[in-house]
Design a protein around this ligand. Structure first.
Ligand code: GCO
Length: 489
């Protein structure tokens, strides 16, 4: 019998092959999929508090149940295996591991929490799927936020201790540990614009958070190496491909400023052991950076085995003239407070052309440009695309989801990854965001990123056409070069 995903959809003559060993995966994050928020000894995270605060999340949605992945992980792993995934990137919920953590002490380790992730790892390995573990994907224990959250260096210290516990428990079977996911979002959306937990709107706090997240990465990376000496240690950043269509010196300066705040304020300390002078100067009116202590930059500047790159959409800026209403189409949600601290003279114009259901412009060139820039500026650094994907308003019709726009988005972005590889960038893998439709932060369940549809009433999973298509790409180890191969089934 020929099942749908086994139909020959991958083209031959018109396909472009990926290099041998290139790893195909898919990704999720704990709070977005697990549910079981009050089970297994788990205590609240900042996202529980935030989502339960009226007005914070579209529809009043919360991650209390989400995809119920906590209980259904065996079924979900079987589905990944059916789609031929070589790797699954998931995150560990810190409040499951040390539920009594305080600013002063990690507290006891919760065996039930570790047991869940241990069972997940075993299930993956039995299915021939390599686990890639993110240690922090935004679900900070609420008790730590109550003591200052990422504005406090004690959060970074506790993070390293927690990272050591997880690496010690899973490091015999997990080869890749990613310390943090997108610290840009944790810092600026959490503490400046407030559209993410903990919902604070204090620009100086956001910059303190940037530093303590960098410190958490450095301390955490060292802790993982102590506990799991053979492991590959990575950090995932959402870097921006920043460009302008303007032609003035002020437009060019807007590019420099946003590049500093989004890219270099993380890349430079982690990979070069210093903060960029221009960012320190730009932000001098917000903070004096006195939270950076002697020796911190050495702690942050740890050897890195790979950099995880998340790319979805371009960032287009121009200088704001100060008179017309400031355009804020940066894709990061509506807030009276900008996440762009010390960038009041920058605006984010709306672009013509295709957009996803998030309102994000579609431009796959950014994927290539970003990967090539990293290759140029940090030669030899292994790169992994740890997230890429798109939300569209999917509907199930007669048991199928014909999400041709997502398939086209994925095809174009995979081709863009391959363009970078062929130009020499050492990209070793690609993780599609996301495996399942899930809790999309402030948008709740209203935005669907999955290649597998989830009915939140019944928890039924339905593989979308894009999921079958991705499986065909994985099987062929090649991406079709023409549109004709986009439609499956
Ligand atoms: C991200 C997040 C994901 C989001 C995805 C779509 O790291 O931004 O990792 O959790 O769901 O990016 O917005």
């Amino acid at each position: 019998m020929t099942t749908t995903e086994e139909r020959p959809t991958a083209p031959s003559a018109t396909a472009r092959a990926f290099p041998p060993g290139f790893v195909w995966g898919t990704a999720t994050a704990a709070y977005q999929v697990e549910g079981a928020a009050a089970e297994g000894g788990r205590t609240p995270s900042i996202w529980d508090t935030y989502s339960h605060t009226p007005g914070r999340v579209v529809g009043g949605d919360t991650g209390d149940v989400a995809d119920d992945h906590y209980h259904r992980f065996r079924e979900d792993v079987a589905l990944m295996q059916r789609l031929g995934m070589a790797s699954y990137r998931f995150s560990v919920a810190w409040p499951r591991i040390t539920p009594q953590v305080s600013a002063d002490a990690l507290g006891p380790v919760n065996a039930e929490g570790l047991a869940f992730y241990s069972a997940l790892v075993d299930e993956l390995l039995a299915a021939g799927i390599e686990p890639a573990v993110t240690l922090y994907h935004w679900d900070l224990p609420q008790a730590l936020e109550d003591a200052g959250g990422w504005t406090s260096r004690r959060t970074a210290e506790r993070f390293a201790e927690y990272a050591e516990v997880v690496a010690a428990a899973l490091g015999d079977r997990v080869r890749t540990f990613i310390t943090l996911n997108e610290p840009w979002c944790s810092a600026y959306l959490g503490y400046a614009s407030g559209v993410h937990a903990p919902g604070r709107t204090e620009p100086a706090a956001a910059l303190a958070a940037v530093h303590h997240l960098n410190l958490a990465h450095g301390l955490g990376a060292a802790a993982v190496r102590r506990a799991a000496p053979g492991a590959r240690v990575a950090l995932t950043l959402n870097l921006a491909w920043v460009r302008t269509e303007g032609t003035t010196a002020a437009d060019a300066d807007a590019v420099r400023r946003v590049d500093g705040l989004q890219n270099r304020v993380f890349l430079d300390p982690v990979l070069r052991g210093r903060y960029p002078d221009d960012v320190l100067a730009d932000t001098a009116g917000v903070t004096d950076w006195s939270f950076v202590r002697d020796g911190d930059l050495d702690l942050i500047h740890q050897p890195l085995d790979a950099l995880g790159v998340n790319y979805y959409s371009p960032t287009v800026v121009r200088a704001w003239d100060g008179t017309t209403p400031r355009a804020e189409n940066d894709g990061h949600g509506a807030s009276a407070h900008s996440p762009w601290v010390a960038a009041q003279d920058v605006e984010f114009p709306e672009l013509p052309g295709d957009k996803t259901a998030m309102g994000w412009s579609v431009d796959a060139r950014g994927m290539t440009e970003l990967l090539l820039r990293l290759h140029r500026e940090h030669p030899g650094l292994e790169l992994i695309v740890t997230e890429n994907g798109a939300a569209y308003d999917d509907v199930v019709v007669a048991g199928r989801v014909h999400d041709v726009e997502r398939t086209r988005y994925l095809r174009d972005h995979l081709a863009a990854v391959l363009d970078a590889v062929e130009a020499g960038a050492p990209v070793t893998g690609y993780y599609l965001w996301s495996f399942l439709d899930n809790f999309e932060w402030s948008y709740g369940f209203s935005k669907r990123f999955g290649v597998v549809h989830v009915d939140y009433t019944t928890q039924q999973r339905t593989i979308k056409d894009s999921g079958y298509w991705y499986a065909s790409v994985v099987r062929a180890h090649a991406v079709p070069a023409t549109d004709g191969a986009l439609v499956t089934g």
